[in-house]
Design a protein around this ligand. Structure first.
Ligand code: CMC
Length: 436
């Protein structure tokens, strides 16, 4: 379209500028020409937290937060959750197309072949204190993998990149299970590549002295669905960390460790753990109104509610609610679900939440399922990180193949002192000491 342009009048100079619009965006660099004079640096945009700035182009995940739509490579999340295995979705995210039967069989074998970890990694994990948070253990161990696979540094070779991707997807459940067993003082269980991705994870978590651990098929299926729902979510905080760190050409293990660190925060993936603590603290339905009052007074946050992008019901939360009922058929009902449902009902009819378009997000119900399945709250974010590794790696690979790729390096608006002259220490006078 010829009129796909934006005309800007700079009232400081009365100059007009016409800049192209593409995909509903303008290029921030096109603003640089807008200057008051030759010494002016040129106009920049100020957008803390990237509220309205696209940091990349991506063909992986589509999200319409107003309509509550989520699609991977064009496929609605609801259909993928109903019909696919997690590894099938992983293949889709990484390759752009659903696998054929032969491709899927090969892919399953390839990933499961990489579930084993070096014996020295086990020794390394043994060094953690018995009550180390599993996310701390996971992120440090993933970073340490870079010392085992120095070839990974060659990130410009697509074949080498692909090898690390398969390695990481294969090893994440093993590392997560070992972090779990280390906390409990249980011996590590070697992966069984004959099993499915989630059944093998359950086997490494929960096998005791029985000759063969048989994962409950309903719970294994629930875990597959939860993994699919968490596999990617476009440019969220941890994915942006993955892209930012990866843009310096750091190796994928160090880069993924950065993404895991971002995920751990309570405003991001760490929210699922916080939701469980919050529900425990509320304790019973009678205490909900008082809790909601505290939230409205700004004293608390309703964890598991609100989203930067969704201003409608998070489609993943809707699916998770259904999965919860299937899981409870097997495990018995987690009483926290009734507190959560009532909390949701009250919040969604309250002006505070309606005005701000705050709805339950993916983390609101997931922890309740995980707890019913036998996971402790400190495992919940790990359960987010295992599948999200696929999304991080798909986005990392996409970024490295993008001709527009450059090292991430935002600008700032400097608000500090103008130039001033050095003052010798003897002339600096006295200031009240502030304790650190
Ligand atoms: N409880 C109470 N008030 C909230 C909440 C909440 N959970 N979330 C947002 N608000 C209020 C916020 O106080 C603000 O009110 P006001 O306009 O009066 O200042 C308004 O809603 C807009 O919030 P915001 O903080 O500007 O929104 P944001 O896009 O910067 O933050 C968020 C998004 C997810 C960090 C935030 O909603 C939040 O902290 N939620 C709780 C933590 C959580 O559940 N995180 C998981 C996110 S989904 C999974 C993932 O991607 O990790």
């Amino acid at each position: 379209m010829d009129n796909e342009t934006l005309t800007i009048t700079d009232n400081r100079t009365n100059q007009n500028y016409t800049i192209p619009i593409s995909h509903g965006t303008i290029r921030a660099m096109d603003l640089r020409q807008i200057k008051t004079g030759p010494d002016d640096f040129g106009l920049m945009t100020y957008d803390p937290a990237f509220m309205n700035t696209a940091s990349c182009q991506s063909a992986i995940t589509f999200l319409d937060g107003d309509k509550g739509i989520l699609r991977y490579r064009g496929y609605p999340i609801e259909q993928l959750a109903e019909h696919c295995t997690f590894l099938e979705v992983a293949y889709l995210l990484l390759n752009g197309e659903l696998p054929t039967a032969d491709e899927l069989a090969y892919w399953n074998c390839d990933v499961m072949r990489h579930t084993m970890i070096h014996e020295n990694v086990k020794k390394f994990m043994d060094g953690f204190h018995h009550d180390a948070h599993p996310m701390g253990t996971l992120l440090s161990t993933v970073a340490a993998l870079s010392t085992f696979y120095p070839d990974a540094r060659n990130i410009s070779d697509p074949k080498i990149r692909r090898k690390q991707i398969v390695r990481l997807i294969g090893k994440m459940p093993t590392l997560a299970a070992y972090a779990y067993r280390h906390r409990l003082g249980l011996p590590y269980i070697y992966p069984d590549p004959e099993l499915s991705y989630t059944k093998n994870y359950m086997h490494m978590l929960w096998k005791r002295t029985e000759p063969k651990y048989e994962a409950n098929p309903v719970l294994a299926h629930a875990l597959e669905v939860l993994f699919i729902l968490h596999a990617d979510h476009e440019q969220n905080c941890s994915t942006s960390a993955m892209r930012a760190v990866g843009s310096s050409n750091a190796d994928p293990y160090a880069t993924t460790a950065a993404a895991i660190s971002a995920l751990w925060g309570p405003l991001h993936g760490g929210a699922n753990e916080e939701v469980l603590r919050m529900l425990g603290e509320i304790g019973s339905k009678d205490h909900i109104p008082a809790f909601i009052d505290q939230v409205k007074e700004g004293k608390r946050k309703l964890m598991g509610f609100g989203h930067r992008v969704y201003k409608n019901y998070d489609p993943r939360a809707r699916i998770i609610k259904q999965v919860a009922e299937e899981v409870f058929e097997v495990t018995g009902r987690n009483p926290k679900i009734d507190i959560a449902l009532e909390l949701e009902r009250i919040a969604l009819s309250d002006d505070y939440f309606i005005k701000r378009k705050l709805y339950p997000n993916v983390d609101f119900y997931s922890g309740i399922i995980y707890q019913a399945m036998g996971f402790t709250p400190d495992q919940f974010t790990v359960l987010f990180g295992i599948p999200r590794t696929v999304g991080w790696l798909a986005q990392w690979d996409e970024m490295l193949s993008d001709p527009d790729k450059k090292i991430a390096r935002p600008r700032q608006v400097y608000t500090g002192e103008e130039q001033r002259d050095f003052v010798p220490i003897t002339l600096r006078g006295q200031r009240e000491l502030v304790e650190a």
